[in-house]
Design a protein around this ligand. Structure first.
Ligand code: PLP
Length: 388
């Protein structure tokens, strides 16, 4: 495991003194996850650009950069501004650019941020070059490629790829490369299927780059990635960089996909038992969906964890105990299958528990800050960015 050296933790308080619900980060687990991914990327011979939308937290991003990441990926321009203020200059804004957001992108570049933007349409490409010409700015633009039919992007063999590239190149923008995200990798859960979608992602993006180069157009960067494909790829020939986000915390969805164990889940929600419905086998906790989020990502997977897996305060999993239901501020804790007749004595009122979330990005987003703890359970407060 990586040393705690670069992660600021102050001896402020311990986990059992926090107000609940609270989002807590197990820092040794997080550093292990960062190291695991970074070593893999190094072994595969690619540079790594973590997607910081998972944590939206500069302390977490610092740990990723300290481990060797070359830059970051963001999902909002607000994130870009925050991370740039914090000293990160190499930033990819990986959501399709539209004209209305160009002034904010320009402002960042004028301040010295090496911001890259993406597009997958002629209309946006035209808006980018027109705005760039008007303000004398050469935007660095990557073309988004659709390698799995999951959401946006241009199919690798589509004529539109060359149309968009020519608008950018001829209009004076820097054609920085191609990028893709095989989000459908979340739908698989066997090593073979994950390796196949990783190869599809790689081959499709390399194919798009080859078409651009064959047409005499520049395409220095070939950027791919999601957590499952990054961890499943057999090789990354032709790829220059990988992006992954949720690996930093992992979550129950990734556990079901098969790319982590529950011992690697670094984000959990600290909660207090506030009551019981003994005859139903329920304990009631103060983490409802407002704390866990409404994300029920494991519902359609091989194992449904409800709103989360229950753990003791030391992080050890209590097999079979899940948050089976959630109101806004009430979580319903029960045993899968048969109700637990000993629920009241097993979970007395006031008991502190930790709940592992379905989707770390969504659960983190419910909280303004994280409480990060090190090996001795010393705590630090790490702010989390909100909004757009
Ligand atoms: C463009 C882009 N790149 C990379 C990622 C990282 O994916 P993951 O969180 O599975 O690592 C995402 C996640 O949605 C994404 O949208």
């Amino acid at each position: 495991m990586t040393s705690m050296h670069n992660v600021p933790l102050a001896s402020l308080q311990t986990l059992d003194t926090l107000d609940t619900p609270a989002a807590v980060i197990d820092v040794p687990r997080m550093l292990h996850n960062i190291q695991r991914m970074q070593s893999r990327m190094t072994a595969l011979g690619v540079s790594f650009r973590p997607h910081v939308k998972t944590s939206k937290c500069v302390e977490v991003a610092h740990a990723q950069l300290a481990a060797g990441a070359a830059g970051v990926t963001v999902s909002t321009l607000k994130e870009a501004a925050r991370f740039f203020d914090d000293g990160v200059t190499d930033i990819l804004y990986a959501v399709g650019m539209v004209a209305s957001k160009l002034p904010a992108a320009l402002a960042l570049r004028r301040r010295g941020c090496d911001l890259k933007i993406v597009t997958d349409s002629v209309a946006s490409a035209q808006a980018i070059v027109a705005f760039g010409a008007e303000f004398g700015e050469t935007f660095d633009v990557w073309i988004e490629i659709d390698t799995d039919g999951h959401r946006s992007g241009i199919r690798p063999d589509d004529d539109a790829l060359l149309d968009v590239a020519r608008v950018l190149h001829d209009g004076g923008a820097t054609l920085g490369g191609v990028m893709t995200h095989a989000g459908s990798s979340y739908d698989f859960d066997t090593p073979e299927a994950l390796a196949a979608i990783a190869e599809q992602e790689r081959a499709g993006c390399v194919r798009a780059a080859t078409r651009l180069r064959d047409a005499g157009l520049p395409c220095p960067v070939v950027s791919v990635g999601s957590t499952p494909t990054a961890l499943a790829a057999a090789h990354l020939d032709g790829v220059t960089e990988v992006r992954a986000g949720v690996y930093v915390f992992f979550d129950l969805v990734m556990h079901n996909v098969g790319v982590c164990t529950t011992d690697e889940l670094a984000l959990s929600v600290l909660t207090t038992v506030i009551g019981h419905q003994a005859e139903k086998g329920w304990a009631i906790v103060d983490a409802g969906w407002m704390a866990m989020s409404r994300d029920r990502g494991t519902q359609k997977q091989k194992r449904d964890f409800g709103y989360g897996q229950v753990c003791r305060i030391d992080g050890s999993v209590m097999p079979g105990y899940v948050l089976s239901g959630a109101n806004q501020e009430h979580g319903i804790l029960s045993r899968e299958g048969e109700p637990d007749p000993d629920i009241v004595t097993r979970f007395p009122i006031g008991t502190l528990l930790r709940i592992l979330p379905n989707h770390a990005c969504a659960t983190g987003a419910q909280f303004p800050e994280y409480h990060a703890f090190g090996p001795d359970r010393e705590l630090a407060t790490w702010p989390r960015l909100h909004g757009w």
